[in-house]
Ligand binder design. Structure first.
Ligand code: NAD
Length: 312
């Protein structure tokens, strides 16, 4: 039986659980939250949708009882505060680090073989927190941001070119924030280099909009996005459970790839049953390398903030 736990039954977690259920990605989905009754209620609501949308996946809720999560194949951690207007993702670090640490301890105790996907922000540094807490191999503790950032970029391009979003293939790298590294050189429309179809100014405008794509939604809604983030996390779960070996940008600790050590950054990987099966190393040009270095410096600074919190 395939079993997935989603911790945090808020906007992103509940959306992820819903996608996992209606697309029958896992046979059992356990939703956990610290707020009394919320996870149970949302799991029941998703289950009551099963006869309407015609799916078999079971959804179960739990208020902080991790025994129900035992032997999960994959655990998605979405617990933590989202941004409010005017906040950066990094402003969330102190509160969310404590939450991610305690949740990871509980997760590993009951599912020592699970692959853990982090969604909580600041994403790259929360992946660091979960990785050191879990003591699992780096290939099994990974962060979701790149699929979302790439999806935003692809959606904006599809709109500008008036083509189906399905036709846009793209990859982004770097940290989940304003220093993310879009790679127009690796962007195609059904195999056609995007630069042949769009002028440079418009492409740059789309890249800039993508970098601040999360903030655009926070400003509109007063909190951060959930439909695309929840679906993106579910897509990673699917690639793992079905051993699809899909190529996605995923946050992982770099161990020398791209000449970077000991930093958690988004890079293209092959995602399969063992988590990250391979980190793909692109041949970046000098400009792209410089952008990646800026991203690395920023993530490292926030990692140091976490180290100082932990030292307190
Ligand atoms: N990586 C990404 O691309 C991405 C995208 C969107 C949101 N996020 C992040 O995901 C997180 C969740 O966002 P959201 O919109 O779902 O927020 P939300 O407030 O709707 O939900 C968070 C949930 O976590 C729960 N929670 C808090 N502490 C907990 C604990 N110790 N154990 C279990 N549950 C706990 C809360 O009760 C709440 O229900 C935020 O940190 C947000 O910034 C990341």
């Amino acid at each position: 039986m395939t079993k997935v736990t989603v911790v945090g039954a808020g906007n992103v977690g509940a959306t992820c659980a819903d996608v996992l259920a209606y697309r029958e990605i896992a046979e059992e989905i356990v939703l956990v939250d610290i707020k009394e009754g919320v996870a149970e209620g949302k799991a029941l609501d998703i289950w009551q949708k099963a006869p309407i949308n015609a799916y078999d996946s079971r959804t179960v809720g739990s208020t902080n009882d991790y025994s129900k999560t035992a032997n999960s194949d994959v655990v998605v951690i979405t617990s933590g505060l989202p941004r409010k207007p005017g906040m950066t993702r990094d402003d969330l670090i102190e509160t969310n680090a404590g939450i991610v640490k305690s949740v990871t301890e509980n997760v590993v105790k009951h599912s020592p073989n699970a692959i853990i996907i982090i969604v909580s922000n600041p994403l790259d540094v929360m992946t660091y927190q979960a990785h050191i807490t879990s003591k699992l191999p780096r290939t099994k503790v990974i962060g979701m941001a790149g699929i979302l950032d790439t999806a935003r970029y692809r959606a904006f391009l599809a709109e500008a070119l008036d083509v189906s979003p399905k036709e846009i293939q793209a990859i982004l790298m770097g940290g989940h924030g304003d220093t993310m590294v879009p790679l127009p050189r690796y962007t195609t429309v059904a195999g056609i280099p995007v630069t042949e179809l769009i002028d440079a100014d418009k492409l740059n405008e789309i890249i800039e909009r993508t970098k601040f794509g999360g903030g655009e939604l926070v400003k509109l809604m007063g909190t951060s996005a959930w439909y695309a983030p929840g679906a993106a996390a579910a897509q990673m779960v699917e690639a793992i459970l079905k051993n699809q070996r899909r190529v996605f940008p995923v946050c992982i600790k770099l161990d020398g790839e791209y000449g970077i050590d000991d930093c958690y950054l988004g890079v293209p990987v092959i995602l399969g049953r063992n988590g990250v099966e391979k980190v793909i190393e692109l041949h970046l040009n000098e400009d792209e390398k410089a952008l990646l270095e800026t991203s690395r410096t920023h993530v490292k600074e926030v990692m140091t903030v976490l180290d100082n919190i932990a030292a307190k």
